[in-house]
Ligand binder design. Sequence first.
Ligand SMILES: Nc1ncnc2c1ncn2[C@@H]1O[C@H](COP(=O)(O)OP(=O)(O)OP(=O)(O)O)[C@@H](O)[C@H]1O
Length: 636
Amino acid sequence: MWVKAQLTTMTPTSSSQQMQPAAEEEQEQKEKTLLPGELIETFYVENKRRQQNIKIQVKLCAQGVYLRRETNDTDHINEQLIRIEDIVGSSCGARQRKRARGGLNSCRNPSQQQEEEQEESQSQSQSQPPPQTDNSAYLYIYAYLKKEKPLRRVQTLRILRFRSSEDYAENLETAQRWHCRIREHKQHTGAICAAANKRLLILLNPKSGSGKGRELFQKQVAPLLREAQADYDLQITTHSQYALEYVRSRKDLLERYAGIVVASGDGLFYEVLNGLMERMDWRRACAQLALGIIPCGSGNGLAKSIAHHCNEPYDPKPIMHATLICVAGRATPMDVVRVELNHRSRHSVMYSFLSIGWGLIADIDIESERLRSIGAQRFTLWAIRRLITLRSYQGKLYYLPAEQPAASPATPTCSAPAVSRISLPNAPYSEFKDLPDDQQSDEFADALSTDRSVYRQTDSWHSAASRRTAYYSIAGQSNRSRQSVAQRIEAANAQFAELVPTGNMPGLQLPLPAEQGWLCEQGEFVMVHAAYTTHLASDCYFAPSSRLNDGLIYLVVIRGGVGRPQLLNFLLSMQSGNHLPSEPDPFICVLPVRAFRIEPSGSQGILTVDGERVDYGPIQAEVFPGLINVMTTTGQ
Ligand SMILES: Nc1ncnc2c1ncn2[C@@H]1O[C@H](COP(=O)(O)OP(=O)(O)OP(=O)(O)O)[C@@H](O)[C@H]1O
């Protein structure tokens, strides 16, 4: 790569540096061959060592910024393309002080900054003309070049100095033309934050992870958002359920925002997802709002899974890398899993994006909470403890295999004792329509306001025992007959039932139809852990075969009777993703399924959904393929 310096100022020919007539002709010729939306200009970079100006032709096109250096040696022409995908944004104006350019420079500590400022003011007083005599306009191009082996992003700043005219306004106009074109090309790539007239909603949990969310945001996220010229509203959560309530109740969510970014751990993303699903326009909201995550939590399974999906780096700067994904912000569909729980005859429904755990891993995760103060080592310590006092749980596991009748040979399966069949449509939610906006706010006002308590205690919508009711506002309708009110309530109930995301599994208390493909295994389990993203945490590569939008739940089953050495090996290999047996194994297997149900026999145990503890009892889950959209760099 010939451009060695990360920060290079390029200056086009000015009136005082007249182009040779031949060069002028050449330039004119090149401009004639430009496609619409393309710009071209010749700049000179001063090479102090050789005491000469190096001629660089810069072309802005749909692919990015193309730089071509021509030296006097005829055989020495170097080229570089800064891909439009690697360009975060640009800005233009008068010369900026180094610190004001943002980027990672603004993350330096105060003493470093002070030194830099002193250096800069000295160098300015020595070599640079005072700002008022500089009529140049500058274009700053912020890019993070993607490099493989090792996978990383290299922060790069290119500065183009426009000074062909003596008039600053004219130079600025040229720089602005370049700046606008860059933004237009970014828009064509589908960048969500470059979308016109829409903003990002950023929800920040100041308590997540080490509790430094606010500081991390100011130092690492905000400068990048500035470079990307992303307009955003920042909401700091004040308590648990804040984000859920905010997303659920904000009326102008879809009109105002192009996406929602969670700057927190997986817990807050769970709230945002469930808040969206509790909206009456849930389907439109899921389709239109892309969701992003900036990992400020302790587990960060989703952020790592997204980075893995689009082959983006994660460590050593997970926040910077995730922010880059969010500002690239192309939407990729992602599966969501509908979970139904039954605890002491209370039913609840929730939506999950990461995992459901029963047994070993859930136990380690939750029970080691008491050692939180020692950091990530709590998991290792508790895993050792649990290996010594190994537990197993009695129960029944039902599942609907993804491939019928036989599973893919690449994924070894376990033999299941009982077989029955059931069919699930690929996209069970596709049959529902959203409520028109005006109906949302009026007709279903009562249903919305009372819904949450009902919603979390309801049976499956299709189950015979469902207690779910939509309350229809009858205020101001006293002149209508009782009969008509009853009919209207019934009609509203029917319509309401169609407008919420319903599952296709029978209610938890109902048997699974024997003839439709369900398999059942009864016995002792050390663990059943369902995952639908590759990573459960940034250092736990749990379901390597998983894809964001494959419509699959990966059930990892460890049966009773498994030896401790095999279990130890399993736990130690989870980080690298080598924990699953490559050959059929009697004790450990992974099952790609579309739905499953767990019926634990006892009443004591731990169940987790997305890493959070939920009531212990029967639980069932089914996948809704590609229900939401998450921000990725690829858009696939
Ligand atoms: N201001 C707040 N104070 C206390 N709790 C909050 C606040 N805002 C959000 N919460 C709750 O904190 C919980 C945990 O947050 P989050 O998942 O973001 O961080 P974490 O637990 O550190 O990360 P991870 O889930 O990756 O381990 C969320 O479920 C959320 O309900």
